[in-house]
Write a protein that binds this ligand. Structure first.
Ligand SMILES: *Cc1c(COP(=O)(O)O)cnc(C)c1O
Length: 394
């Protein structure tokens, strides 16, 4: 059995892999292979029958991918991790595993654009209904639960409005009804927030973001109970096929080693940029859950180590002004995605949330004036100078 460590920083580096297992190689070897040979036909039979442990074919498991899955399970404090080709492959595999035709899902109001698209497709194709809730109180969640509710799906911090949901509270209500709670933990990363420790059942990640951290991989991960994820592996992962490639797992293993360092620096920079943005005359509102005036600050204190590296702000002006501001930036790159070394900026109404109908978008708080910033690892004064000169031109 692999040694695991209790402290997050040490786990991120050491858990999931022991060099002694593989010729002393310090870095996890990259098993870039599609299949695995059997010594005999009988060994092949035993492996497929599940009577003998061992690899068979990389869609059913790969040693490099296994290391990443074990590391993520250790960091999220779950029994098992499961790796996917993208965050959406993880989200879709988990949601399809938890529902059948005519079931019902309760979701946080405010969802990643493609997750919103997915639940609408599930409604059209399989009559799987959904309701949105701001989940401010136990009663507001309880009121939406029906006999056919099989999943509560929560994003917190919510993209891109940075509203927070009290995960322990939601888990308590869900468990009165034996309904699993799935949390998209992409924005916080396990360094800042661990939903399983708060009583939730499954965590999903777009590992494309903070887990990878270098803007060079699209990948997803889920962590939760072993029985459930074993079942997902044999159904909506293996049979639908959205597996992670060994090379992507290798890059994520490398990324995870510096996750705590990177996320602390993202938070330091975000706090500094937040303080400056608030004072700028062309900025009407800054959304960052780390200020004691933020309506969800008490939730931030309860369940997140720090405020995170993302913030959103509204400018005084129109959609055209928002676009103009983006066009004036020099250092900061206009791009969707987040959690990279580079500071990235995007306009949710026309980019990440363009698929959401206008009425729903406005209900989620995504106005034409709203801009989302993923604060990078550069020197914060350079980030601020660039923002300031662009805002000054409005
Ligand atoms: C990016 C993202 C996803 C989707 O992940 P992909 O890796 O792009 O498929 C899901 N949820 C959140 C919150 C995200 O930011």
């Amino acid at each position: 059995m692999m040694k695991t460590h209790t402290r997050f920083e040490t786990s991120a580096i050491h858990d999931g892999y022991d060099p002694a297992d593989l010729l002393g190689s310090l870095a996890t070897p990259l098993f870039q292979t599609s299949t695995f040979t059997f010594e005999t036909a009988e060994q092949g039979e035993r492996r497929f029958a599940g009577e003998e442990n061992g690899y068979m074919y990389s869609r059913l498991g790969n040693p490099t991918v296994t290391v990443l899955e074990e590391k993520m399970a250790a960091l999220e404090k779950g029994e098992r991790g499961l790796a996917f080709a993208s965050g959406m492959a993880a989200v879709s595999a988990i949601l399809v595993a938890l529902t059948k035709a005519n079931d019902h899902i309760v979701c946080s109001s405010g969802l990643y654009g493609c997750t919103f698209g997915l639940i609408n497709m599930m409604q059209d194709k399989y009559n799987i209904d959904h309701d949105f809730s701001t989940m401010e109180t136990k009663a507001s969640v309880r009121a939406l639960i029906r006999p056919e509710t099989t999943c509560i799906y929560v994003e917190t911090p919510i993209n891109p409005t940075m509203k927070l949901i009290d995960l322990k509270m939601v888990a308590e209500v869900a468990h009165e009804h034996d309904i699993p709670v799935v949390v998209d933990n992409t924005f916080a990363s396990p360094y800042l927030q661990r939903p399983l420790e708060l009583g939730c059942d499954v965590v999903v990640h777009s590992a494309t973001k903070y887990i990878g951290g270098h803007g060079d991989v699209i990948a997803g991960v889920a962590v939760g109970k072993k029985d459930f994820l074993d079942e997902v592996q044999m159904t909506t992962l293996k049979d639908m096929g959205g597996i992670m490639s060994p090379l992507d797992a290798w890059l994520l293993i490398r990324g995870l080693k510096t996750l705590p360092l990177r996320v602390d620096r993202h938070c330091d920079n975000a706090e500094k940029v937040y303080d400056q943005l608030r004072k700028h005359p062309n900025v009407s509102r800054v959304l960052y859950p780390n200020d004691s005036n933020h309506p969800d600050y008490h939730i931030r204190q309860k369940q997140m180590k720090r405020g995170g590296g993302l913030l959103s702000f509204e400018i005084n002006g129109t959609k055209k002004d928002a676009q103009k501001m983006l066009n004036h930036l020099r250092l900061i790159k206009i791009a969707v995605s987040l959690g990279d070394a580079e500071t990235l900026i995007q306009h949710p109404a026309t980019m990440t949330h363009a698929v959401v109908p206008e009425a729903s978008r406005l209900e989620m708080g995504i106005t034409d004036q709203l801009i989302r910033l993923s604060v990078g690892l550069e020197e914060w004064e350079d980030i601020w100078q660039d923002l300031e000169q662009a805002l000054d031109q409005l």
